[in-house]
Design a protein around this ligand. Structure first.
Ligand code: IPM
Ligand code: MG
Length: 358
């Protein structure tokens, strides 16, 4: 029996970095006998150009029938001026929503070899290992009503709705507590309970879950303070759990602490463990096609896919170790390059990971 993986390269640097991840997956496939089968589909701007929509229903069905989805990135200036309803990002939001991928895991791990690439002092970030658990299918991203309306005085008004039902908070909360049990047993729930009722309820639900996980220490932090603490003393955090919009913002901040957003993978999971895996970074249209993008976040996303959706921990470990080896060899893409290292292309970095696996 083969195991079907849908590849969604998307836009910008997406196709280049997915190509490197596939190389690596083909290598571990042979080595560990995984029987992977890849099927490539369109998402984002590439899908708009082909079908007029950022995610065709047929693509969604193929994803549903697969064991996992590996995505590159979506978006670019070519589609920025399109109507909001068919922008590339809508394809990503649709796939998250339709497949019920409510749990977004965004680890921010600093590879010791890259400590000097961080914008913070080495001692503040050395050994950093945070997991952001972001709610991904609710909150202000999906709340209704939303839109831009005309007021009686003729002026236009934009509006969105920040909503969370108890069950939505509870399931992401459980996810965070479960993750913390496998780590340092600390959960920090981030909200804005001093202003927003939706997050007053969020905090109550988190507090309600805590007695079920007596070994885990639960704390709460307002989002403005959390943003500050992340750059002041990031190592105080283990697992951070938060809503969709706050998670979007804080995960970019956490990413930068590690030196480069080009290093960070992510998993978006539903309640059955089905997942979509993608790098945290975007489509970087400014460097697309030049062969200088960092493929490591996508390669590490492929490792997460093997670990969480395919239960192939050994193959996942092997990929992560190979990435470490390549960094030890001093090979770097431009975004993580520093004096004394070798600056290499996207392809060369992918090849080096494959060589390190053999
Ligand atoms: C992310 C991105 C997306 C988001 C965009 C591209 C819709 O920023 O995955 O963090 O806001 O969720
Ligand atoms: Mg984002």
């Amino acid at each position: 029996m083969t195991r079907k993986i849908v590849l969604l390269p998307g836009d910008g640097i997406g196709p280049e970095i997915i190509a490197e991840a596939v190389k690596v997956l083909e290598c571990v496939d042979k080595k560990f006998g995984l029987k992977l089968k890849f099927e490539e589909e369109l998402i984002g701007g590439a899908a708009i150009d082909e079908h007029g929509l950022p995610l065709a229903n047929s693509t969604l069905e193929k994803c549903r029938a697969a064991e996992a989805v590996l995505m590159g990135s979506v978006g670019g200036p070519k589609w920025d001026t399109m109507d909001a309803s068919i922008r590339p990002e809508k394809g990503l939001l649709k796939i998250r929503y339709e497949l019920g991928l409510f749990a977004n895991l965004r680890p921010a791990i600093l590879y010791p070899q890259l400590a000097d690439a961080s914008s913070l002092k080495r001692e503040l970030v050395a050994g950093l290992d945070i997991l952001i658990v972001r709610e991904l299918t609710g909150g202000i991203y999906f709340g209704e009503p939303r839109g831009i309306r005309r007021l009686d005085n003729g002026e236009r008004q934009g509006y969105n709705t920040y909503v969370y039902a108890e069950h939505e908070v509870e399931r992401i909360g459980r996810n965070a507590f479960e993750m913390a049990m496998k780590r340092n047993k600390k959960v920090c729930s981030v909200d804005k309970a001093n202003v927003l009722e939706a997050t007053v309820l969020w905090r109550e639900v988190m507090q309600g879950l805590a007695p079920e996980y007596p070994e885990v220490e639960l704390s709460h932090m307002y989002v403005d303070n959390a943003a500050m603490q992340l750059v002041r003393e990031p190592k105080q955090f283990d697992v951070i759990v938060t809503g969709n919009m706050f998670g979007d913002i804080l995960s970019d901040t956490a990413a930068m602490l590690t030196g480069s957003i080009g290093m960070l993978p992510s998993a978006s999971l539903n309640s059955d463990g089905f997942g979509l895996y993608e790098p945290v970074h975007g489509s970087a249209p400014d460097i697309a096609g030049q062969g200088i993008a960092n493929p490591l976040a996508t390669i590490l996303s492929a490792a997460m896919m093997l670990r969480y959706s395919l239960a192939e921990a050994e193959a996942a470990d092997a990929i992560e170790a190979a990435v470490g080896k390549v960094l030890d060899q001093g090979l770097r893409s431009a975004d993580i390059w520093s004096e004394g290292c070798d600056k290499v292309s996207t392809q060369a970095l992918g090849d080096a990971v494959v060589a390190a696996l053999l």
